[in-house]
Design a protein. Structure first.
Length: 120
């Protein structure tokens, strides 16, 4: 039962990444609606890695969830290092770091929980 929940959690986190693409269209609406800066390369990261996470959950392949989590974590670190720099490959800010970091930590945590429950 717990293994099913882990696959479901991986799928939901991947879907959350895809749903986060809504922030692309909030940019022209101004400050009250533009909560998370999703532009440029961060759009591709959310779309591609979100799909990988969804596939990991649907196909019951925890390693895909781990890969997605690690890529989100790496993207968060990359964005953090580029804050305030003239070169910003992901075109984000601290809110992008938080989004990527949260998704990455969540996916890696699900993988770790899956490993610990299968070891029991």
């Amino acid at each position: 039962m717990s293994e099913h929940r882990n696959h479901l959690a991986t799928t939901v986190l991947g879907a959350a990444a895809i749903v986060s693409l809504i922030f692309v269209i909030t940019a022209p609406l101004g400050a009250p609606f533009n909560l998370i800066h999703v532009r440029g390369g961060s759009v591709a990261v959310l779309a591609v890695v979100g799909i990988v996470a969804i596939l990991g959950g649907v196909l019951k392949r925890p390693i895909l969830g781990l890969i997605a989590g690690l890529v989100f974590g790496a993207a968060a670190v990359l964005q953090l290092l580029q804050l305030g720099q003239s070169i910003n490959f992901l075109a984000g800010d601290a809110s992008t770091v938080a989004l990527f970091g949260g998704l990455g930590i969540g996916l890696v945590s699900v993988w770790l929980a899956n490993r610990s429950s299968s070891a029991l």
